[in-house]
Design a protein around this ligand. Structure first.
Ligand SMILES: [Zn+2]
Length: 230
């Protein structure tokens, strides 16, 4: 028998189906400190507590200068808050890797290492679709290639390393994430503990936002667009 599938649909017709397929119990999730992966971890914890009590959740975080090293700090803040909210004991490890950029290959290599160490068979990534291009263009630098309509993009696929990868938000933009925060009543309990800002002194003339949100960078504007607030 398969495990339950939980379906969520936002006001814009975007749907995600949340399930961890049998036989996976050893799960790795990439936590960025942003809102997308934070709500995904919240849902994963609750799903496992209810349906996979033997699950082991392993977390990977990147520390890199592009986010002024703050992604490592904010990822930890998110995990602390989720431990507080859920009282879970299913999180078994948290590994932070250094990267001087944000290369996908470095995350892949780290996932491979954690897989070998802990016998991971399932990985989750919270990447979302870009907003509609007309909106995205107004967000300023950096510019992005246009929105993929979702054709040919699998959200669940088996990689050559024998890891099944799941990117549940891949065909939905950040508005589905805002919907999930509202649905789970997490707009006050979790959202303020997340941060997406990528302010950089060479790009923006505004003051360093420190632990706050600059409100100017592409990621702050995407966040404000989806949530109506920073
Ligand atoms: Zn910002």
């Amino acid at each position: 028998m398969q495990r339950p599938i939980q379906t969520y649909t936002d006001n814009y017709g975007q749907t995600i189906e949340f399930t961890i397929p049998i036989p996976h119990t050893k799960i790795c999730i990439n936590i960025s400190g942003g809102a997308d992966s934070a709500i995904l971890l919240y849902m994963l914890i609750n799903y496992c507590e209810e349906h996979i009590p033997e699950a082991e959740i392993h977390i990977i975080t990147s520390a890199n200068p592009i986010k002024s090293w703050k992604n490592a700090k904010w990822s930890t803040t998110v995990i602390d808050q989720l431990l507080h909210l859920t009282n879970t004991t299913l999180i078994k490890s948290h590994y932070t890797f250094y990267s001087d950029d944000q290369r996908r290959t470095e995350l892949d290599d780290t996932e491979k290492m954690i897989q070998e160490q802990h016998g991971i068979t399932f990985t989750i990534n919270g990447t979302t679709q870009n907003p509609p291009v007309e909106r995205s263009k107004t967000f300023g630098p950096p510019t992005f290639k246009k929105r993929d309509p979702g054709h040919g993009m699998l959200t669940l696929y088996v990689r050559d390393t024998n890891i099944t990868s799941w990117v549940p938000f891949r065909t939905a933009d950040k508005r589905i994430v805002a919907h999930l925060y509202k649905h789970f009543d997490m707009l006050e309990a979790l959202f303020p503990y997340t941060r997406s800002c990528e302010w950089h002194p060479h790009v923006f003339s505004s003051a360093n936002p420190g632990d706050g949100h600059c409100g100017e960078c592409w990621w702050c504007k995407e966040r404000e667009w989806a949530f109506g607030r920073l």
